[in-house]
Design a protein around this ligand. Sequence first.
Ligand SMILES: Nc1nc2c(c(=O)[nH]1)N[C@H]1C(S)=C(S)[C@@H](COP(=O)(O)O)O[C@H]1N2
Ligand SMILES: [Mo]
Length: 234
Amino acid sequence: MMPTEGTKPIGRRVFLGTLGLGAAAIVAAPTVQKAWSGTLGELSQLDPTGVSGLLPNPGGFRYFSVAGHVDRADPATYRLTVGGLVDRPLELSLADLQAMRQTRVTREIVCTDGWSVEQVPVDGVRLSDLLDRAGVTGGAGAVRFTCFDGVYSESLTLEQARRPDVLVALQMEDKPISHNSGGPVRLYVAPMYFYKSAKWLSGIEVTEKVEPGYWEKTGWPVDAWLPGQEPGHA
Ligand SMILES: Nc1nc2c(c(=O)[nH]1)N[C@H]1C(S)=C(S)[C@@H](COP(=O)(O)O)O[C@H]1N2
Ligand SMILES: [Mo]
């Protein structure tokens, strides 16, 4: 993701320039971005931590974190809280999550920086199952996600959050999610760009309205549908 204007102004301007031009222009944006990203030099300019350009990317993933250092969570003491506008606030261990129904979603993962990975199997608990377990109360309209890196946040409308392809993910590529990939638990919003898939997930809060997340406060779309994934698309 681009930090701000400056070193590579074209990237963000190109993307923001598509906003307001309608769906066709937004669909075209990833192609435009592929044209300017890719080299290590460019990547390190796009990444405020400077880390992604230094690491190899086995399997096509590129490490990304807006926080410089993130402490590992001990799988034995990890807890995910579900609160806000719910009847039964929850505090779930990894074992609690593993004991719930597991769902697999296999899709292409796409980052707005121009890289993607084909057909990645991701397993975990449907967010809608967690919301049902906690019992969403009247007046709720959105869900906010917080992370134990202490910095990142994301959000979805309640309708988006209830889609069957939105997971609280425990495994990627048939392995427990590694620390660098946001484990032990990350969000996986399959129909949207990968920035919606918050790593190092620690809190789920049901709220009245959508609160823009970390990148969205800098101008990225809150509804980050991948081409063809928006509701109503044939
Ligand atoms: N907590 C947290 N989650 C995050 C991010 C981040 O910086 N911090 N970056 C997002 C972006 S822009 C991408 S592309 C993916 C990167 O995931 P990866 O490091 O597993 O490739 O995580 C998303 N979730
Ligand atoms: Mo990204």
